[in-house]
Write a protein that binds this ligand. Sequence first.
Ligand SMILES: NC(=O)c1ccc[n+]([C@@H]2O[C@H](COP(=O)([O-])OP(=O)(O)OC[C@H]3O[C@@H](n4cnc5c(N)ncnc54)[C@H](OP(=O)(O)O)[C@@H]3O)[C@@H](O)[C@H]2O)c1
Length: 327
Amino acid sequence: MLQLLRERGFPAREIVPFASARSVGREIDGGLVVRGLDDESIQGFDLALFSAGGSTSGEWAPKFAQAGAIVVDNSSRWRMQDDVPLVVSEVNPDALETHHGIIANPNCSTMQMVVALKPIHDAAGIERLVISTYQAVSGTGKRAVDELLDQSHALLHEREIEQPSAYAHQIAFNALPHAGSFAPGDDHTDEERKLINETRKILGDPDIRISATCVRVPVVHGHSEAVNVQTRDELSPERARELLAAAPGVTVLDDPDAALYPLAIDAAGKDDVFVGRIRRDPGHERALDMWIVADNLRKGAATNAVQLAELLHERGLLRRVREPSAA
Ligand SMILES: NC(=O)c1ccc[n+]([C@@H]2O[C@H](COP(=O)([O-])OP(=O)(O)OC[C@H]3O[C@@H](n4cnc5c(N)ncnc54)[C@H](OP(=O)(O)O)[C@@H]3O)[C@@H](O)[C@H]2O)c1
């Protein structure tokens, strides 16, 4: 987020990094000194970008909001709360107007998918989605990236791998149908539930039927998604391609004869959502299949958070409003 604020020239007078007590006093990002969270240190901010996990957001986002800042939160803590807008900059920016001090940044696999689905939903309505994801390990954090690289190195050198810790099984040279975690009694992972619930909230359509399987694959950066989209009205692949080519934040790469389609390694480091393999589902006259890829740490997280900050600034929404309700 710090890198993106700089890259995009966000007009902040001052940027202050906060982290846990173990990092207080550290210098990061060319001289910014890390502060700890306490009732005094959080005073005087217009905007707070949070990415510190659900429990820290649960405790400190309302305190920042009460101190006058507008919070954009990356965790899942507030996403499904009714009075907290869940916003993707290209999809539902007007939802920002309804904020009560806290705005939620969606889950990465949901984020990239809804950017591509929005023009289709507007043109033909979406009745049902069947989604399979191929998610990069950086979505789990640095520890998982290290684990993939360490395991790959060990196996290529014919050594035993250490006991996996980031995932339940070896991730190198494997595919795990277990992205996220299983809550007791639930046969879906929390990642699959987020994809279902957040998509409906962002598109403002609780009737969309959604089936999701989230898979972790040995890719460092870039989530890929095979999405079957059943529309309410007829929509040809050609028209879908035109709509997507004109949509903000989307790049269409779709020439299978030339082996041109989105790839995670090409999306890494970019802000757009890439869509290809757009074709008629031979099993349904109103369904299309497509392949959607984006950098999970950029558009899937930091880029959207900074885009929301920019929109809040441009629309004059960086001011205190009513308090969020506790939940
Ligand atoms: N689409 C998305 O929006 C998206 C994508 C990826 C991740 N996430 C979410 O973002 C959150 C963070 O993920 P990450 O990979 O960025 O984690 P991370 O690399 O571990 O960073 C977490 C940061 O939070 C700080 N922190 C932890 N506990 C704190 C506390 N009690 N008080 C103050 N600061 C605290 C840490 O401080 P130290 O540096 O001192 O340890 C660290 O700087 C998670 O909730 C994750 O689910 C969201």
